[in-house]
Design a binder for this molecule. Structure first.
Ligand code: SF4
Ligand code: SF4
Length: 614
């Protein structure tokens, strides 16, 4: 046995490998991405099959197939990805699995890098699935094996829900011996695998029975913890607030913050009962033991008041007069992250303890760094070309999910809408139906094109909608850290694969006008956009140029002060972060310049030159 410093996502990955996972699939999405990547990094000999699938639905279905054959499988995604995978997952609960299936869904309180703050615990309840909610990386390492065991015991998929701070914090984790690994028994033909209404009708009561059994089992689960005692003889001399018998219920990373706050505030076991909830369906019996004899309970959890609502339900059901405080009562904020400071302050107020200066850490404010497209990013050139070519017409620019969503920032201002993966192309079609005289440009990245973009193109072709779709192809999934996709010709198993050509797909979909252009050649790019504006039907422009983080060049831009007129087009209209205006003249930061050459192409007096540097 040894100890390793692991990020939460690494702990989940190594925990799944220890538990004998055979197949891992997923779609990249912060904060979940490193789980699959860590399995790939440690997959010596290729004994585990790993893939980035084209989207979360596909990932879940591939894994489900392997689980039908008895393999232990793990699927990884972020919370919004679960919406894409929800159809197969909910149905899978009715069908069941043979091998253990754990669906890792990382929630993003804040949200820090997501479109929303949805709480996957609601989804588990809605889908009638068990959910495991780790508090720390150390716990996640062993808990994932428990999740596989639970899945196999009940023959159902199980959700594993770390939140951002569990995913991305690091801890020293004790590496345990591998658990015995079983060989998949193989698929056995049986009518149980074919979902018909009759089968769903027969299986629904079994799901309900399972949920009750899980709740019973989870009341005894070692990671659901009840500590502290009730004080029966509270001195009546204490103020009313302090004399009430109190308890705190917490889940996820909020439990770790609660432990820290209780320690820092010097609150003893005898002063406050503590309940840790790590699993759902809710462990009613354990929670009732916790509530027994308490006057007031404070609930600490991210994101929604799920534990809080369950405790309120139990109080109603068993006619307990315990007051449940938390997000519903306004004692805790009901959006965003619960930080250690927020937890400490709320617990201090609840317990009547004084919060010492040292209890709350005051850190200097972080410098403000608004997210921008990188210097040399080909998306900046693409947006600039479309903006320039369409500046005299009435146009709307729909966007999508990826680095290129940052095209909404000034000075480009080229993303008017962004909803969810693949929606840019379809939102543009709806806008066109409502405002026929406007030209609608729909931007979509290459990975998103494969994820959910293709059906939108088919819809536009079939329904004969006039839009200009602009595929921003930088040959990678850049936003989540350069994962491969079907257009890259690479897989997570290390070998090369077919490189699926976006242009050929679009042509095969009967799109009559398709052009592929290098956006760094701004003149040609602008001309291509201009030529498409008067056309009808769906026209597709593919702007192809690699992500700047994947190219290495010694060529850099230099501005000649004597030729620079100070027009600021390069710095303030194009907006490359490597260019600043000093004393009215352009100055280029060579450390930031990526040598894309666009500034040289747009500088009318020719003040910028590209030079080889050593
Ligand atoms: S575009 Fe050319 S002339 Fe204008 S500020 Fe930049 S370097 Fe100077
Ligand atoms: S300074 Fe010019 S060449 Fe360098 S990254 Fe910016 S636009 Fe490209």
């Amino acid at each position: 046995m040894s100890e390793k410093l692991l990020m939460g996502n690494e702990a989940i990955a190594l925990g799944a490998m220890r538990a004998g996972v055979h197949v891992v699939t997923g779609y990249p999405g912060t904060p979940s991405t490193e789980v699959l990547e860590t399995v790939a990094k440690h997959n010596t000999g290729g004994s585990i099959y790993i893939e980035w699938s084209v989207n979360e639905k596909t990932a879940l279905e591939v894994a489900a197939g392997a689980a039908y054959a008895g393999a232990r499988v793990m699927v990884t995604m972020k919370q919004v990805g679960l919406n894409v995978a929800s159809d197969p997952l909910i149905n899978l609960n009715y069908i069941g699995v043979k091998g253990g299936m754990v669906v890792v869904v990382a929630d993003d309180p804040g949200p820090i890098s997501s479109q929303n703050e949805q709480d996957t615990r609601h989804f588990a309840k809605f889908a009638k699935l068990a959910l495991f909610d780790p508090s720390t990386p150390e716990e996640a390492y062993t808990m994932i094996a428990d999740a596989f065991a639970c899945s196999e015991k009940y023959g159902k998929p199980v959700i594993f829900r770390p939140t951002t701070r569990v995913c991305h914090s690091c801890a020293s984790v004790e590496i345990l011996d591998d658990l015995p690994k079983t060989k998949p028994a193989g698929f056995i033909k049986d009518s149980r695998w074919v979902i018909f209404p009759k089968l769903a009708y027969a299986n629904k009561p079994k799901i309900e029975v399972n949920l009750e059994a899980m709740s019973e089992q989870f009341s005894l689960y070692e990671k659901n913890i009840l500590t502290g005692q009730i004080i029966d003889s509270i001195p009546k001399t204490l103020p009313v607030q302090k004399s009430r018998r109190k308890g705190i219920a917490a889940g996820g990373v909020s439990y770790a913050y609660t432990l820290e706050a209780l320690h820092n505030l010097g609150i003893k076991d005898s002063e406050c009962k503590l309940l840790k909830i790590s699993t759902y369906p809710f462990p009613d019996k354990l929670a009732l033991k916790f509530l027994d004899g308490l006057d007031e309970v404070l609930v600490m959890e991210e994101l929604d008041p799920v534990i809080e609502n369950e405790l309120v339900r139990l109080c109603g059901l068993y006619q307990l007069d315990t007051v449940i405080l938390g997000k519903r009562s306004g004692n805790i904020q009901n959006t965003g992250e619960i930080t250690p400071d927020i937890a400490a302050k709320a617990i201090a107020v609840f317990t009547g303890k004084d919060l010492l200066e040292t209890t709350v850490q005051t850190l200097p404010p972080m410098p403000v760094r608004p997210p921008v497209l990188c210097a040399g990013c080909p998306h900046r050139a693409s947006f600039f070309a479309v903006k320039e070519a369409s500046k005299t017409i009435q146009a709307v620019y729909t966007g999508d999910i990826g680095c290129y969503t940052l095209g909404n920032a000034p000075p480009l201002n080229m993303v008017d809408t962004c909803l969810c993966m693949g929606a840019g192309i379809t939102i543009a079609q709806g806008l066109k139906r409502a405002e026929t005289n406007t030209i609608h440009f729909a931007f979509i990245g290459d990975s998103t094109f494969f994820h959910t973009g293709i059906p939108g193109i088919i819809n536009a072709v079939y329904n004969q909608t006039d839009i200009i779709a602009v595929v921003l192809d930088n040959s990678t999934t850049a936003m989540t850290g350069n994962q491969p996709h079907p257009g890259t010709g690479k897989t997570m198993m290390g070998g090369s694969s077919v490189n699926i050509d976006i242009e050929k797909i679009i042509t095969a979909l009967n799109v009559s006008v398709v052009k592929k252009i290098n956006p760094l050649d701004i003149k040609v790019a602008k001309e291509a956009v201009r030529s498409m504006i008067p056309m009808k039907g769906i026209r597709v422009l593919i702007f192809e140029s690699p992500c700047v983080s994947n190219i290495n060049t010694a060529v850099k831009a230099t501005a000649d002060e004597s030729k620079c007129t100070g027009c600021k087009i390069c710095a303030e209209k194009f907006g490359c972060p490597a260019i600043g205006i000093v004393s009215g003249k352009a100055q280029i930061n060579k450390a930031l310049c990526a040598g894309c050459g666009v500034c040289a192409g747009i500088c009318v007096p020719g003040a910028i030159k590209m030079e080889e540097t050593k």
